[in-house]
Design a protein around this ligand. Structure first.
Ligand SMILES: CC(C)(COP(=O)(O)OP(=O)(O)OC[C@H]1O[C@@H](n2cnc3c(N)ncnc32)[C@H](O)[C@@H]1OP(=O)(O)O)[C@@H](O)C(=O)NCCC(=O)NCCS
Length: 193
């Protein structure tokens, strides 16, 4: 696995690494750039339609190409933030991110982390590889704690996070309300880096 992380002090500038998946396919993990904006929207919309465990329904993803480019550009230059793309055979199949949880002195040691993978590629180790890359990047950026919220019942994600050392420290009741009127809580999890 090759890793190239150009950094300036605590600023994550670029991330790039590759590895072979258990399927034999090559996985490229790299920072997203503005040319990826169209595919990034497609992955978000598609994944939202493939799982009940994300915050938005697919039809709620109304982000324009221009706005997505802006978000990616901000992340490319933002200190200590990373939008990570997972590419298989040249196609974007997953997106992960780390972002500071707070920008004040009292909260700058904490970051939020998130990850999603297209359903056709679940179970290949991509989620794990992305999370490991994000943990690595967060550590290099001097974060001390990674935090996430995962909807109760999202067993694959909970299993993945626990396997990487995340522990549950709380629960948010009624994190989501589905359109059928049912609710689901979220588990609050953290990893000490
Ligand atoms: C959660 C997610 C990122 C995992 O990605 P992935 O590429 O399939 O992850 P991996 O293949 O690296 O690992 C998945 C692990 O979950 C396990 N798993 C899958 N289904 C499971 C289930 N129902 N119960 C328990 N474990 C399960 C797999 O066995 C594997 O663990 P192992 O490597 O120890 O065998 C992916 O399913 C996804 O994007 N889901 C939709 C979006 C989402 O829920 N994101 C997380 C929001 S908090």
């Amino acid at each position: 696995m090759g890793v190239d992380m150009r950094r300036m002090g605590e600023i994550i500038v670029q991330y790039r690494s590759d590895m072979t998946l258990k399927t034999g396919e090559t996985l490229l993990l790299r920072s997203l750039n503005v040319q990826d904006a169209r595919e990034a929207i497609d992955v978000c919309v598609a994944t939202a339609g493939e799982t009940p465990f994300l915050m938005r329904y697919a039809d709620e993803w109304q982000v324009t190409l221009e706005k997505e480019r802006e978000i990616i550009a901000q992340n490319e230059t933002a200190p200590r933030a990373l939008m990570l793309g997972a590419f298989v055979a040249g196609r974007l199949v997953g997106i992960g991110s780390i972002a500071p949880a707070h920008n004040g002195d009292r909260g700058r040691h904490r970051a939020n982390v998130g990850v999603c993978v297209r359903k056709a590629h679940w179970g290949k180790g991509i989620g794990t590889a992305m999370m490991r890359a994000l943990i690595d990047a967060a550590t290099r950026a001097s974060f001390e704690q990674l935090e996430l919220e995962v909807i109760d019942g999202n067993e694959a994600a909970i299993h993945l996070y626990r396997r990487l050392g995340f522990v549950q420290f709380g629960r948010r009741p009624r994190m989501v309300k589905y359109r059928d009127g049912t609710y689901a809580d979220a588990l609050l999890m953290a990893l000490t880096l």
